[in-house]
Design a protein around this ligand. Structure first.
Ligand code: PCA
Length: 208
């Protein structure tokens, strides 16, 4: 399997993003049968999707897994669907706020993940890490990235499998006083994402 794994830089005032930490951790843990390329993307609507699509073209990946942080989540959550809507509640890291605009003008309303989501959540749970599918990737950069990648695959007729997985915040991001927030350790997230990658490797199509 030729896997492209992406994460995002910190955003929204945080100095961490677990998706970036995961990409860096997994890069240091080679897995048999996985040709891994990683990329950490800026949280910027103008640049993130294009940078990922460039990496896909240059690596020739047959599988794309995009990772991002979702505050408030209690589990590792593969996203089922990306919608054709950008509606930011906070500006991106370049200071842009986009309200009620499509990701792709005249694109379809939605694109579905082409990852085997039930197999992935089962595999993650079997390692003792909470995982459940999610039916919304939001309307910010993560949804936009997922939509743009799946749209590009659809219009180019490629057979690349692609999808997005949101992870909770790290405990270190949730130590402020006030309301406690859900979090998960980086070690548990890494076990879970590794299980997801192994599932994808073991269900990859034979070449040719
Ligand atoms: N999470 C944001 C964007 C970057 C990230 O890690 C989101 O869910 O859209």
């Amino acid at each position: 399997m030729r896997l492209l794994l992406s994460g995002f830089e910190p955003f929204g005032g945080s100095d961490r993003n677990p998706s970036r930490d995961l990409v860096e951790t997994l890069l240091g843990e080679p897995m048999p049968g996985v040709d891994l390329q990683t990329i950490v993307l800026p949280v910027e609507t103008e640049t993130a999707p294009a940078r990922l699509l460039d990496a896909w073209r240059s690596h020739g990946s047959d599988t794309i897994v995009m990772l991002g942080e979702a505050a408030g989540r209690t589990a590792i959550t593969p996203e089922v669907v990306a919608i054709n809507l950008r509606d930011f509640e906070i500006p991106d890291n370049a200071g842009r706020t986009i309200a009620h605009r499509p990701v792709v003008e005249d694109g379809p309303a939605a694109h579905f993940s082409t990852l085997p989501i039930a197999s992935i959540t089962d595999a993650i749970r079997s390692r003792g890490v909470p995982s459940v599918r999610s039916l919304t990737a939001g309307t910010y950069l993560c949804n936009e990235l997922m939509y743009r990648v799946l749209h590009e695959i659809a219009i180019t007729g490629r057979r690349t499998r692609a999808g997005f997985i949101h992870v909770p915040r790290l405990p270190e991001q949730c130590t402020g006083s006030g309301h406690p927030a859900p979090s998960m350790s980086l070690a548990s997230m890494a076990v879970g994402i590794r299980a997801a990658i192994e599932t994808l490797r073991d269900t990859a199509r034979e070449p040719g």
